[in-house]
Write a protein that binds this ligand. Structure first.
Ligand code: GUN
Ligand code: ZN
Length: 480
């Protein structure tokens, strides 16, 4: 029997540690029959590898000059039902947007047929855009959420699925459950998914956010997650009005983080979206508990919520991934999250610089040096190093966040996130000269520049194949 499923030869790009990108030219990678990576080595060792693993040249798929493989991207925060209104209703701030756009739309998923159609579209579209792992919010409806799990599994996407829990909703009372119902239905949801025994689709405990959950519901969900050793997701410190509301509703807690922490909802399997306004004290709690943040820059800008200072989160060594936060964010693609994360970081830098100039703390010469240092991590200038200690997010760091960082945030980095031997092969085949590519390749550029061009200019047309655990999940066979 064959021991080798795929053998690919060409350029492989991945992160092996925080913030770093490794470009391996002329390498050879093989997967076993279960989709795990058997080896990734210099192609000079081809003959030895072929003999050791028993494959011949005809088995090797060779990439073209303008192609490379990168790890599949991890969307650590996406609302599947909100795909139905993506790109619309972006004029309101968070709490009004929830009341007038989101809750009424999510309520229609009481109809399982609606769920089948829409969830089919969102899973296909995310896969096509290179999201091999998605951490989904569903709605309060258990059966519709089971449908989402079925569809993700059917298409071969790696996913966490959350049946949303909310027992408080004064602003749109049609879309709410009782505390008892919420716990009973979450238990039914967990049991249903356990029975299905999906390899790569798992339930995740999902209190919507503290504004829509009573203390009893939060604490019962924390208990349920602990008993079943499950992942947990929610939102935290996204907008100022939301934080005010949380502090009003939970006067016995000193901050938003404590509301989740004291109710056992901050664990090493927790991912919280946003965190724009978390204090350093709260970030330390995240670090201690091993809880992660999902940075959703498109949503933060689109809903005028705020900015997450990624540099400060990384300084606190809090686990961090990227999220699209559909439909608070209007783009389904993590490439957009990469770009917006970098832009957000640059905006934060410019705001800091503006404050310094306005306070007459620095002159023009110093300003120029600070700009150089912030953008070019190799630049060294002793005089201004202190002022320039703020470094904008680099493209390598953003790439890491979308791949290995995301897998760390979801505590699945022992399974996916890069091309380390024994991990499952979740990968994207990228072609810079794909049909209808949205950009040109003008000259013989370096491999690093090739990757940068794709990350800044590319889209799904450049993603010519998507693999999850060694199985090609996109493009689909023409009859699917
Ligand atoms: N906070 C509570 N629910 C939501 C939601 O659906 N989207 C966003 N962005 N924030 C939330
Ligand atoms: Zn969200």
């Amino acid at each position: 029997m064959d021991t080798v499923q795929h053998v690919f030869k060409g350029t492989f790009v991945h992160s092996t540690k925080r913030g770093d990108m490794e470009v391996l030219e002329n390498h050879i990678l093989a997967t076993d029959m279960k989709g795990k990576i058997l080896f990734l080595e210099d192609a000079q060792s081809q003959a030895r590898l072929a003999q050791k693993w028993g494959f011949d040249d005809s088995k090797i798929e060779e990439l073209g000059k303008n192609e490379f493989f990168m790890p599949g991207m991890v969307d650590t925060h996406i609302h599947a039902p909100q795909y139905s209104f993506i790109g619309t209703g972006m004029e309101r701030p968070l709490l009004e947007w929830l009341q007038y756009t989101t809750f009424p739309t999510e309520n229609i998923y009481s109809d399982v047929e609606v769920a089948k159609t829409l969830y089919n579209s969102v899973v296909r579209r995310t896969l096509k855009n290179g999201t091999t792992t998605a951490c989904y919010f569903g709605t309060i409806h258990t059966d519709a959420s089971i449908v989402l799990a079925d569809i993700a599994s059917q298409y071969g996407q790696r996913a966490f699925i959350g049946k949303v829990c909310m027992d408080t909703n004064d602003v749109y009372p049609k879309y709410v459950e009782s505390t008892e119902e919420s716990i009973k239905e979450t238990t039914r949801f967990i049991e249903a998914l356990k029975k299905k025994k999906y390899d790569r689709v798992k339930p995740i405990v999902t209190p919507r956010f503290a504004v829509s959950c009573s203390e009893k519901l939060l604490s019962d969900l924390g208990q349920l997650a602990e008993e079943n050793q499950l992942h947990i997701q929610s939102h935290i410190s996204e907008s100022l009005a939301e934080i005010d509301e949380v502090l009003r509703l939970f006067p016995d807690y000193k901050n938003y983080t404590e509301v989740y922490g004291r109710n056992k909802l901050l664990t090493h399997k927790t991912v919280m979206a946003h965190g724009c306004y978390l204090s350093n004290e709260e970030l330390l709690v995240f670090k201690e508990k091993g809880a992660a943040l999902s940075h959703c820059p498109n949503s933060n800008i689109s809903l005028c919520s705020g900015h997450l200072d990624v540099r400060n989160v990384l300084k606190h060594k809090v686990k961090l991934g990227l999220g699209t936060d559909i439909a608070g964010g209007y783009s389904i693609s993590l490439l957009d999250s990469i770009r917006k994360a970098i832009e957000t970081s640059k905006i934060i830098f410019m705001e800091k610089q503006k404050k310094q100039v306005e306070g007459n703390e620095i002159d023009t010469f110093q300003k120029m040096k600070i700009e150089t240092n912030a953008i070019n991590s190799n630049a060294k200038n002793e005089i201004v190093e202190k002022e320039a200690s703020y470094k904008v997010l680099s493209i390598n760091e953003a790439f890491w966040l979308a791949t290995l960082g995301g897998s760390e945030a979801l505590s699945i980095d022992h399974i996916v996130g890069n091309f380390q031997v024994n991990k499952e092969f979740d990968a994207l085949r990228i072609n810079l000269e794909a049909l209808n590519s949205p950009f040109e390749v003008f000259s013989d550029i370096s491999k690093e520049e090739m990757v940068q061009r794709f990350l800044f200019l590319g889209d799904d047309r450049n993603i010519t194949a998507v693999y999850v655990a060694g199985r090609r999940v996109m493009p689909l066979p023409s009859n699917a």
